[in-house]
Structure formats: structure tokens, C-alpha cells
Ligand binder design. Structure first.
Ligand code: GN1
Ligand code: MG
Length: 380
């Protein structure tokens, strides 16, 4: 970023921060670029007594979230419920859960048309960091434990209280239908380039409906779930790598526990991230899967049903296919949804996810055996 641009961005961050219940003098701000959807800044202030306070300012992408005010109603309920529960359980948990700061005008968000839409402000969870790829089994265990604990934390909320922020978000067969429509429309003339990927997905398609069908038949319970359990959405302690808190709550809504576990398998068992072009580096790592599953089941084995447990390994494959489908659809549509850094970025991501899905598929029997072994060890 040029100096001039840095200055302009800092001014913008200061202007947006000024809309929230933040005291102190603005020092500096920076853009955080690890999400594909919202625009996120970190802003630093010096308080009157000389402390540095940091905040997260975020614009909700209203192309992706059609009703940002509804998203905020969900997020308010979820953050308050979690804070209530965590603060009662852990004495020193202040600052370790997400809190929304009030905005000018009486809400926890503010519409700033001249700044591109709806903005909100969270506390920065201090002393933590995130990873885009897992480096060791401890991190994988902690990610599994963090999202499993999240499901437990929201398990006593009334599902009626939480609205669907994106309808059919994890409905894999509908995602696949959308892809097929985009192939037919072919607005950018890119379909021919994707022939190989489309053929692989079409061979896999009969399996895409398995979980939604089980849900329809009442075989899988609808729970409040996170729905975006990417490894970089879990904050780990900077020194110990213990899980502190999960973030990115915009897609918290009624769903299947398997969607959460599946997206963790996708993002926390591969040593390359989803942007990796060299597909020889893209494969599911069994030791990471084993630790991830152990962390997740340590937090959830008390309440998961037999059918949920039996589909944990499969969900990893399914959600990886689903994200491949979504990247490919966006590529065909002209990159309207996911932020990209270069023209065929979404195609690269789709190919990467297909390679990962192949690797998961090969390992499914081993993954399944490991889950059974873990379940036995709980004596459930
Ligand atoms: C998006 O915002 P971010 O980067 O955490 C997307 C997820 C995808 C993910 C793929 C609301 O998540 O569903 O799995 O990109 N979020 C939304 O990296 O669509
Ligand atoms: Mg997100």
C-alpha cells in the first residue's frame, strides 16, 4: 500500500471508529484481509490513562447478507448469550468473548452510506492469533474443541430466536443446481475452461443430497450452528495455542452439526490453504484429522446422536465439495461473491478444493475407523 493510500485508509478508519462508543485518541488502523466477504479494520486508540485499546470495525457485505440488520439481531443474541454463559463459568473471561460496541443512534451498528453500508464494532480479542493453515496436531485439536464448545454454548438458545442469514447456506444439492445454472448462463464465457471440474462434480453429485435428505427424514437434528468454521475463525492464545474464542458469527443459524465439523475438516486438516495452486501440496493429513476429531468429540460427544457421529468423516468430504462448487459458480458468474486477488483466483480455489475432496475420499475408511475408536474410548 502506498503511503498516500495508507493515510486515506487510516482517515477512513478514524471516521468510522468515531461513530462508536470508543474513547481515547485514534493512533492508527490496519486492514485485516483474511476473510473473503466483509471489510475488516483493526483500530488502535490511546486512552486517557495511557493504555492502548484495540477494536475491530467491520462492514457487513450486503451483496452476501441481504438483510444486514437481521444478521446483527442474530449476532447480538448470540454474543450476549455466549458472554453470559462464559462469564458465569470462567472468572477471568472478560475480554475473551466478542462484545459489540454501541453506535451513534442507539443500535449496535450504523448505516454509513458514504462508507459503503452497515458497520459494527467489536472488541479485539487480545493475546490471540489465528492461522490460515494448521501447523501441528495441537492446533487441530484446539480448533475442534473450540467449535465443539461453541455448539454447546449455543445449544440452549431458542432456535426460533435466530433467523437464517443466508437461506440454504449449506444445502449442497441446491448449491450444485446453482452451479449448473451458471454453466448454462455462462455470462463470462468461462464454462469450457471448467469442463474437467464439472465432470468430476457431476460424478459425485448423487451423494450431495445425503445430509439434507437425512435432515428432512428427521434422522439428523437441526441445531444452532456456526456454519463458517474455517480454521482462521478461531482465536488461539498467542503463547499456548489454546482456543480462546471463535469469531465470524454472521452465519450462526439453524443448521447441522455436520456442516460445522465438515468445514473444519476442509480447512484444518490440509497443510496448504485454499489458495494453493500447486495441487501436489493439497492433501488431507490423517494426524490433523485425528486430533481435530478428538478435540471436537471431547466437547460434543455428550450430545451428538449416533447418526451425527457416523457421518462426521463424510461431512468433511461433502463440505469440501460444496465449497468447490461455490468457488466454481462464482468463477462462472464473474466473481461477484468471494473477494479475489487475481482473475482466475476462484478457479484456482475450486481446483484446490476438488483435489482436497479427492484426498478426503481416499481416506474415508481410515477416518471412519478413527471416529469409531474415539467413540469407544468415551464408553458412550
Ligand atoms: C467465506 O468470510 P470467510 O472468509 O470466513 C464464506 C464461507 C466459505 C469461505 C471459504 C458468508 O468465509 O462460507 O467457506 O469463505 N462465508 C460466507 O474460504 O459465504
Ligand atoms: Mg465469514
Amino acid at each position: 500500500m502506498s503511503e498516500l493510500k495508507d493515510g486515506v485508509v487510516a482517515e477512513r478508519i478514524a471516521r468510522i471508529g468515531d461513530q462508536f462508543a470508543i474513547s481515547g485518541d485514534f493512533l492508527y488502523g490496519e486492514e485485516l484481509r483474511n476473510g473473503h466477504i466483509n471489510t475488516t479494520y483493526r483500530a488502535c486508540y490511546r486512552t486517557d490513562d495511557g493504555h492502548i485499546d484495540r477494536y475491530i470495525l467491520q462492514r457487513i457485505n450486503d451483496y452476501v447478507f441481504k438483510d444486514p440488520a437481521q444478521v446483527m439481531r442474530n449476532v447480538e443474541k448470540v454474543t450476549r448469550h455466549i458472554s453470559w454463559k462464559v462469564l458465569r463459568r470462567r472468572k477471568n473471561a472478560a475480554g475473551q468473548t466478542l462484545t459489540l460496541y454501541p453506535a451513534r443512534g442507539g443500535r449496535n451498528y450504523i448505516n454509513l452510506p458514504e462508507e459503503g453500508g452497515m458497520w459494527r464494532c467489536y472488541n479485539n480479542i487480545e493475546g490471540t492469533h489465528t492461522y490460515d493453515v494448521v501447523e501441528n496436531t495441537r492446533q487441530a485439536y484446539q480448533a475442534g474443541y473450540a467449535f465443539g464448545s461453541f455448539q454447546e454454548l449455543v445449544s440452549d438458545m431458542d432456535p426460533q430466536d435466530i433467523r437464517e442469514s443466508i437461506p440454504d447456506f449449506h444445502n449442497t444439492p441446491k448449491r450444485y443446481e446453482a452451479l449448473l445454472k451458471s454453466v448454462v448462463t455462462n455470462v463470462k464465457g468461462r464454462a469450457a475452461e471448467c469442463r474437467e471440474e464439472l465432470e468430476i462434480l457431476s460424478n459425485w453429485a448423487p451423494q450431495f443430497s445425503k445430509l439434507v435428505e437425512m435432515q428432512c427424514r428427521g434422522l439428523l437434528p437441526t441445531r444452532i450452528t456456526h456454519n463458517d468454521t474455517k480454521i482462521n475463525n478461531v482465536m488461539l492464545d498467542e503463547e499456548t495455542d489454546s482456543a480462546v474464542c471463535v469469531i465470524d458469527l454472521d452465519t450462526v443459524m439453524p443448521g447441522l452439526s455436520l456442516y460445522d465439523f465438515g468445514d473444519m475438516v476442509r480447512s484444518a486438516t490440509c497443510t496448504a490453504d485454499e489458495d494453493e495452486k500447486d495441487l501436489s501440496k493439497v492433501s488431507m493429513q490423517m494426524p490433523f484429522f485425528e486430533s481435530l476429531a478428538e478435540g471436537y468429540l471431547d466437547a460434543t460427544h455428550n450430545f451428538l446422536t449416533r447418526e451425527e457421529i457416523d457421518n462426521l468423516a463424510f461431512s468433511g468430504w461433502l463440505i469440501t465439495c460444496e465449497i468447490a462448487i461455490r468457488f466454481l459458480t462464482d468463477y462462472l458468474d464473474g466473481d461477484l461473491y468471494f473477494r479475489i486477488n487475481y482473475p482466475d483466483h476462484n478457479l484456482v480455489r475450486a481446483r484446490n478444493q476438488i483435489a482436497l475432496a479427492k484426498s478426503i475420499q481416499t481416506n474415508l475408511p481410515r477416518m471412519q475407523r478413527h471416529i469409531r475408536k474415539l467413540v469407544k474410548s468415551y464408553g458412550d
